[in-house]
Design a protein around this ligand. Structure first.
Ligand SMILES: Cc1cc2nc3c(=O)[nH]c(=O)nc-3n(C[C@H](O)[C@H](O)[C@H](O)COP(=O)(O)OP(=O)(O)OC[C@H]3O[C@@H](n4cnc5c(N)ncnc54)[C@H](O)[C@@H]3O)c2cc1C
Length: 388
């Protein structure tokens, strides 16, 4: 390891590894620092991604695909379910292998990766960031870098050190919990989503098959509601009811920022990517692919800035991100605001409307449209959100 790089990436999740990969591919010397002993572990994720998202970056490989799903089932509070037509394929990943492969792609492009490397501060001179301070295998080191990419996840500190406001409003923070269950009978090839006040108020509960006899069963609800009853408690109750004989193989809990992208993601030589920049889809809470897209754009722009010796060019990242996905996340955010307080009655109506649709029209959009026409008051609610 040297003491000077063009680009230093903090955090080796999907966003960090993709940033490192594209910065190195653009000709920059790149160092990626990961605080944990292993890239990809521990896993804090439901691990579902779309095929279209993945193939932009890596060819699907059975070593990190635990399940292939061609359908999903929406289960309403009354217990009825609808299976919308899905013209696509989703994967449930083995993220500990997937993340590892993403890091290897960065290494293949020339990036260096160091684990057990905890970044605890930035080196600054006259307001500009010039590197990082880290503890690597119990030794304190200073490493210079022209560009620092903060890919340090939902609890990001790199952004705050650089003076970027990364605060998430409490109503936008989802409290999530998940058990990986063993010894369960789950239908293969289908992702299940449960809705309703008794199961997951203001959010949803998921059952994602993970190979044979195993599933990721998790929940995301707003932090505000979790104060009254925790996400873990809702999940335990669901598992006791639905899979009383299951073995709980892993338990995880974590937050997901279901917000719009931070207003600023570039400052003083620092760029933020992935959860650190709030690049999660505000409706689904999925952040793997969107974080990788953010990482790719940031890596490319960082390499361009280094090549042209112009750090002012880094702001180009904000523009490209907004054009590619940021604007969509703003629309999704408004949709989230509209649907998050749907009553059980409204959710049941949506499900019933979906069931009445002929199969070829039973898409997510089709179900939502029908529900709106059947419930003019709901149409008004949604319209209000879009014109406000
Ligand atoms: C319960 C749950 C379920 C989820 N399910 C899904 C899902 O099904 N599909 C989906 O797309 N998304 C899901 N998400 C969201 C998804 O996990 C994240 O959006 C994604 O992991 C973000 O990637 P990232 O690279 O930005 O951050 P992370 O994957 O969090 O990686 C950040 C890395 O930075 C390292 N790090 C942090 N601080 C430092 C430091 N100071 N120095 C060095 N290293 C540091 C961490 O150790 C970590 O490895 C889920 C999240 C939760 C909590």
């Amino acid at each position: 390891m040297n003491d000077n790089y063009d680009v230093i990436v903090v955090g080796a999740g999907p966003a960090g590894s993709t940033a490192a990969r594209f910065a190195a591919a653009g000709g920059a010397s790149v160092l990626m620092l990961e605080k944990d002993r292993d890239v990809g572990y521990p896993v804090r994720c439901g691990e579902a991604v779309s095929h279209e998202g993945v193939v932009q970056f890596i060819q699907p490989d059975d070593r990190w695909i635990a399940a292939r799903c061609e359908r999903f089932r929406l289960i309403s509070p009354s217990g009825h379910s609808v299976i919308p037509r899905l013209d696509g394929l989703a994967y449930v990943l083995e993220r500990r292998i997937f993340d590892y492969e993403l890091a290897k792609l960065a290494v293949k492009e020339g990036a260096e990766v160091v684990t057990k490397a905890y970044v605890y501060d930035l080196i600054k001179r006259d307001g500009t960031v010039e590197g990082v301070r880290a503890t690597i295998k119990d030794r304190k080191v200073e490493i210079k870098g022209k560009v620092i990419i903060g890919a340090d996840g939902v609890e990001s500190r790199v952004g705050k050190w650089a003076g970027i406001d990364t605060t998430t409003q409490i109503r936008d923070m989802e409290s999530c919990a998940q058990f990986t269950l063993g010894g369960v009978k789950v239908e293969e090839g289908i992702l299940e989503f449960y809705f309703g006040d008794n199961v997951a108020p203001g959010g949803y509960l998921w059952v994602f098959p993970k190979g044979k006899d195993s599933a990721n069963v998790g929940i995301g609800i707003s932090v505000e509601l979790a104060k009254q009853k925790s996400a873990v408690r809702y999940l335990e109750e669901f598992v006791e009811r639905t899979y009383p004989r299951a073995a709980v193989l892993t338990r995880i809990a974590g937050g997901v920022p279901c917000a719009k992208t931070c207003d600023e993601v570039v400052k003083n030589g620092v760029m933020l990517v992935g959860d650190a920049a709030h690049q999660v889809n505000p409706v689904s809470g999925g952040g793997i692919i969107s974080g990788m897209i953010g990482g790719m754009i940031a890596g490319q722009v960082a390499a361009e800035a280094v090549r042209s010796d112009d750090l002012g060019h880094l702001v180009e990242y904000e523009k490209r991100w907004h054009k590619r996905l940021g604007w969509r996340h703003e629309v999704f955010y408004r949709i989230k605001e509209a649907i998050s307080d749907f009553s059980d009655e409204t959710l049941n109506t949506i499900c019933e409307s979906g069931l009445k649709l002929p199969e070829e029209k039973r898409t997510v959009g089709g179900i939502f449209r029908t529900a709106l026409w059947n419930r003019p008051s709901m149409l008004l609610d949604v319209a209000r959100v879009f014109v406000s």
